[in-house]
Design a protein around this ligand. Structure first.
Ligand SMILES: Nc1ncnc2c1ncn2[C@@H]1O[C@H](COP(=O)(O)OP(=O)(O)OP(=O)(O)O)[C@@H](O)[C@H]1O
Ligand SMILES: CC(C)(CO)[C@@H](O)C(=O)[O-]
Ligand code: BAL
Length: 285
């Protein structure tokens, strides 16, 4: 396994890999956990070589967010990736990714609006810009992303379609089911911000979501199910709710009633220093 930090060695290493097969890209911000390793294992089923990018992307963090606090642990991450058969780690410096004078922004409208797009203005521009660059840098045949970041996956698929990204095109973007702790909490690098007490309370998020889904599926009014979800989170130790919404799973249209299409319940809520997100399927009518 090789690790490179700047563009020329990356291009050389990728060219060498492409001589002997296909390439899958797994973009990450590091601080790896079982969720990321699942993406890597899935990637190996889809391509001969796996490239993992590790880059805490300043463009997708707002002024008052956790860019500085976000865990950076390249040595530990490398030790986790080596036994997974990863060929290459692309860990660019900020200067390599955004050279002096960098002035381009990629903005996807529609699916990036509302939800995390409303709570984190500019976030999805930052994600789209860096992911577009990663695709051009690594030229992967496929790329893998977690369903935990459902809206992000929708934004990236839209961008890939709209910009005719053939490497990889929208269908070559593979979504991987959310990996959870045994109590149901979605794995996230930001879970590390929680104290033991907050971590125990955080299970309220998946539990209250499942209760809301069961209520919606048995025809409780969506607004009532979401109001109960908010009450459960606040009484279960969460400080505030950013959003809890029922959306069309594909185009993310806001729904105020159960529909006959695939739906998703999406939630973001704050506990301690962490802002946790999760989403789950809701069965069509
Ligand atoms: N629990 C998980 N299950 C499946 N995929 C995941 C999970 N957590 C993260 N991923 C995916 O891993 C990729 C990299 O995510 P990232 O490095 O931001 O990790 P993270 O745990 O989501 O961190 P944080 O939520 O704290 O930003 C993304 O495609 C993300 O959706
Ligand atoms: C896709 C990504 C690596 C872009 O910085 C990031 O948003 C993430 O880790 O989900
Ligand atoms: N996992 C999404 C990256 C972010 O929260 O900035």
């Amino acid at each position: 396994m090789q690790t490179v930090h700047s563009l020329d060695p990356l291009r050389r290493a990728v060219a060498t890999l492409r001589e002997t097969g296909t390439v899958a890209l797994v973009p990450t911000m590091g601080a790896l956990h079982e969720g990321h390793l699942t993406l890597v294992r899935e990637a190996r089923k889809h391509a001969d070589h796996v490239v993992v990018s590790i880059f805490v992307n300043p463009l997708q963090f707002g002024a008052n967010e956790d860019l500085d606090a976000y865990p950076r642990q390249l040595e530990r991450d490398s030790a986790l990736l080596e036994p997974e058969g990863v060929a290459l780690i692309w860990a660019p410096t900020v200067e390599a990714m955004y050279p002096q004078g960098f002035a381009t922004n990629i903005s996807v409208t529609g699916v990036s609006e509302g939800l995390c797009g409303a709570a984190r203005p500019g976030h999805f521009d930052g994600v789209a810009t860096v992911v577009c660059k990663l695709f051009h840098q690594v030229l992967p045949d496929v790329a893998l992303f977690g369903e935990k970041d459902w809206q992000q996956l929708a934004v990236i698929r839209r961008m890939a379609r709209d910009l005719d990204l053939t490497q990889p095109h929208a269908d070559a973007i593979i979504g991987v089911e959310t990996v959870r702790e045994t109590d149901g909490l979605a794995r996230s690098s930001r879970n590390a911000y929680l104290t033991a007490e907050q971590r125990a309370a955080a299970v309220t998020l998946p539990t209250a979501m499942k209760a809301a889904i069961a209520a919606i599926e048995s025809d409780t009014r969506v607004a009532d199910a979401l109001a109960d979800l908010e009450k459960a989170l606040l009484s279960g130790g969460f400080a505030s709710l950013d959003y809890a919404e029922l959306r069309d799973a594909d185009d993310l249209a806001l729904l105020d009633a159960r529909s006959d299409r695939s739906m998703r319940l999406l939630v973001a809520a704050r506990i301690g220093k962490a802002r946790l997100i999760d989403n789950m399927a809701v069965a069509p009518r």
